[in-house]
Write a protein that binds this ligand. Structure first.
Ligand SMILES: Nc1nc2c(ncn2[C@@H]2O[C@H](COP(=O)(O)OP(=O)(O)O)[C@@H](O)[C@H]2O)c(=O)[nH]1
Ligand SMILES: [Mg+2]
Ligand SMILES: [Zn+2]
Length: 286
């Protein structure tokens, strides 16, 4: 049988199969020997004997996040609030870059549109080339559109505490989840482990909560990869005077010109510069 690992507790993996329900499984010894550890999100082959399940094969992971450790995420929904807490575009940009680096499609979702106008933010990210939508979990507005965008996919919800991730997820999963309870830290003896779980969505797909998704790991980024993480730069980079232009101090830089003319948003460019310096500093330090 083929299924998806949606949860792992104490060496047991919970596998959701499409037609036969859920099985508690152990990983085959061969995985331990080869230092392969099953991940949440893994598509696996399982065998069930006398009610005991074992994972016999792990299929190739098409994406792999380290923090949190989840395989095969198709979409990252970057959630921010129109107000309360006030949106932080720098943080939103970093979450988008993190998704891009990991080869995962990001979507921007501005929640709490009942509290403040979200159109400026939505426009900012649409202009940058992203799918961006405005929702209100409170007023149940825009949620069908969001569900349409993630239908049949595994979608990770990222965003700072309080923006409404749990409220949105509760609606999508269709059962009541305590707000702030999805990815809580659970204490196991001396160790504190972040509990990660995929929640199945009716009609196909999974959702998960990923607090603290914004950290961009400089070691994982190549300086020239960084510009690729800003979709609105891609049309400009070829027009710079210098091949390999970093778009920082070089003359005749098409990216800087586009910022000047308003074609590229200043806030997005500022995040690029910050990340560029960060990655560069780290590289020299090594
Ligand atoms: N006004 C308003 N409040 C919301 C909305 N969505 C969530 N909230 C509230 O914001 C607070 C934080 O929501 P929660 O879902 O726990 O956020 P999380 O920390 O991102 O999971 C709760 O008090 C929610 O009731 C919304 O669309 N509008
Ligand atoms: Mg929450
Ligand atoms: Zn340039």
């Amino acid at each position: 049988m083929t299924g998806t690992i949606y949860k792992g507790i104490g060496g047991f993996y919970y596998v959701n199969t499409e037609y036969d329900g859920i099985f508690e499984c152990k990983a085959r010894g061969k995985f331990r020997k080869d230092h392969i550890i099953p991940m949440i999100g893994d598509k696996v082959e399982i065998e069930v004997k006398n009610g005991k399940g074992s994972i016999t094969e792990i299929y190739e992971r098409h994406t792999k996040l380290i923090r949190p450790a989840v395989a095969n995420i198709d979409i990252v929904v970057v959630v921010a609030a129109a107000a309360s807490p006030d949106p932080n575009t720098n943080l939103i940009d970093k979450m988008l870059v993190n998704a891009e680096i990991n080869g995962i499609e990001p979507i921007v979702c501005i929640n709490k549109s009942d509290l403040a106008d979200s159109s400026t933010l939505v426009e900012l990210y649409r202009k940058a080339g992203y799918k961006a939508i405005s929702v209100s979990a409170e007023e149940k507005h825009g949620l069908d559109e969001l569900m349409e965008l993630i239908k049949g996919k595994t979608a990770a919800f990222a965003g700072v505490s309080g923006v409404g991730k749990s409220s949105i997820l509760t609606h999508i999963i269709g059962s009541k989840l305590e707000t702030g309870n999805i990815s809580e830290k659970i204490s196991r003896g001396k160790h504190t482990t972040r509990h990660v779980e995929l929640f199945p969505v009716e009609g196909g797909g999974y959702v998960l909560d990923t607090p603290g998704f914004s950290s961009v790991e400089a070691e994982d980024v190549d300086l020239h990869e960084l510009e690729m993480c800003f979709p609105e730069f891609r049309n400009e980079t070829g027009k710079c005077r210098f091949r390999g232009c970093a778009h920082i101090n070089e003359p005749d830089c098409a990216v800087k010109d586009a910022v000047e003319s308003g074609k590229i948003s200043k806030s997005r460019y500022d995040t690029y510069v910050e990340l560029y310096e960060f990655v560069k500093g780290r590289k020299q330090w090594k």
